[in-house]
Design a binder for this molecule. Structure first.
Ligand SMILES: Cc1cc2nc3c(=O)[nH]c(=O)nc-3n(C[C@H](O)[C@H](O)[C@H](O)COP(=O)(O)OP(=O)(O)OC[C@H]3O[C@@H](n4cnc5c(N)ncnc54)[C@H](O)[C@@H]3O)c2cc1C
Length: 402
């Protein structure tokens, strides 16, 4: 009896397997993951798990016994190597083949890699998996020189952990400002100041050209500058894992192209998470997102549609980042705004910035304000008076009814 085959062992895959059983699906559910671990959470990898504050079993999405109890077959350390849509069949690296009624592709993304002189030297790391972090942690010794290539969220989270563990930390960013791809100049300046105050050396407009070292990395080379490095972490973005889908003839364009039901160009195949390029009816455009809420919700929507419950994926994107004692929560895309309104005092490390387009809230960034962030999420799409947003004596809940 063929059932649902899920390719991938991350957030979307784990959620989809659980959702199938929650919905009462009784046929076979098989999850094929190439990592040796049951589905686990990635966000702690650059936060509590890197710090050593969280054990491996606490990072798991669900206890290993969950899959056994729910009769979900986990085939770990196994790669799906081919999809045959005509015969509804997946081939595995083990020569095994699995027939499916529905297939869900959750292959995620992988770190973009540098291809420069010396970039294969030991001591140069990428951060995607639990095993990557285990390798990085070995080099995070107090006093060591940590060089981070890329001033995005992952790089900056690693910087804050590095400072906490007593390393000398340097961030090299090729753009004019850190976080340039993902946030506004105001937020970039705030985070640059925060990291500088904590002792991180940030170099913007600085492009890495290679690495030097005999047996392992010793220096990072940028034009006429060379920075000493005992350990390097590269965080320069990801590329979606679409090769399997592409080879099967599924439409791909910056991700596996799906419709609002997370269905690919083949009616029996769905895709969810980092690997999917999906339409967002609230934003009126297609997106490929790299966030946990997106992966989980797309998994739920895929399952609902497989089981004949026509659900549409229509969520405002949101994300978070933890650096030092600051929790940043973001909703929407700040670049969509034409003005910004500050609520609170940035110097107190507790504030929110709202981004408005023609008087309507399109995005918000909230720092150390989790309660207000819940309201920020609900304000997206609402026309507001900026003076109300600015006024910290004004209860934002008053805007929700409007
Ligand atoms: C260090 C780090 C910190 C992050 N922090 C945050 C955060 O704070 N907040 C947030 O919202 N998001 C965060 N993210 C992003 C978030 O983790 C991803 O968006 C999420 O993991 C996507 O889930 P996914 O299931 O689509 O893919 P993934 O979690 O990448 O899982 C895909 C899995 O499929 C496997 N796979 C690929 N191809 C095959 C194949 N052919 N056969 C079998 N298996 C295969 C991969 O090895 C991988 O295990 C972070 C990511 C990282 C790496």
């Amino acid at each position: 009896m063929s059932g649902v085959v899920i390719i991938g062992g991350g957030h979307a895959a784990g959620q989809a397997a659980a959702s199938l059983r929650q919905a009462g699906y009784e046929r076979d559910v098989t999850l094929i993951g190439d990592e040796p671990h049951a589905p686990y959470q990635r966000p702690p990898l650059s936060k509590a798990y890197l710090k050593g504050e969280l054990s491996a079993d606490k990072v798991l999405l669900r206890a290993a016994s969950f899959y056994e109890d729910k009769n979900i077959t986990l085939q770990l350390e196994t790669r799906a190597t081919q999809i045959d849509p005509a015969h509804q069949r997946v081939s595995l690296g083990t020569d095994q083949q699995l027939d499916y009624e529905h297939l869900l592709i959750c292959t995620g993304s992988r770190p973009r890699r540098l291809n420069l002189e010396g970039s294969d030297l030991p001591g140069i790391h990428y951060l995607r998996t639990m095993d990557d972090v285990d390798g990085i942690r070995e080099g995070m010794r107090p006093g060591a020189n940590l060089v981070i290539v890329g001033g995005g969220y992952i790089g900056l989270e690693v910087a804050s952990v590095g400072i906490g563990l007593g390393l000398n930390v340097r961030v090299l960013e090729m753009e004019q400002r850190i976080l340039q791809r993902v946030t506004t100049p105001t937020m970039s300046a705030f985070y640059q100041q925060l990291h500088s105050d904590r002792g991180v050396h940030i170099h913007t407009d600085t492009t890495v050209q290679g690495f030097a070292g005999t047996d392992r990395v010793e220096q990072v080379l940028c034009g006429d500058q060379a920075f000493d490095a005992d350990i390097v972490v590269v965080g320069i973005g990801v590329v979606p894992n679409v090769e399997l889908a592409e080879a099967a003839g599924l439409r791909c364009e910056n991700g596996i192209v799906v419709d609002e039901h997370c269905r690919t160009s083949d009616p029996h195949i769905f895709a969810a998470g980092d690997c999917s390029n999906h339409p967002n009816p609230l934003l009126g455009r297609r997106l490929r997102l790299e966030s946990v809420p997106n992966a989980m919700e797309q998994a739920r929507v895929s399952v609902a549609n497989m089981l004949g419950d026509p659900k549409t994926y229509a969520a405002v994107p949101w994300f978070w980042s933890d650096q030092y004692e600051l929790k940043l929560q973001m909703v929407g895309f700040s670049a969509d705004g034409d003005s910004e309104v500050l609520r609170g005092d940035m110097a107190s490390n507790q504030f929110a910035i709202f981004y408005l387009k023609a008087g309507t809230v399109v995005a918000a960034d909230a720092v150390n304000s989790p309660k207000e962030f819940m309201i920020c999420k609900q304000l997206i799409g609402k026309g507001v008076n900026p003076d109300d947003l600015k006024n910290t004596d004004f209860d934002l809940r008053g805007l929700l009814a409007a």
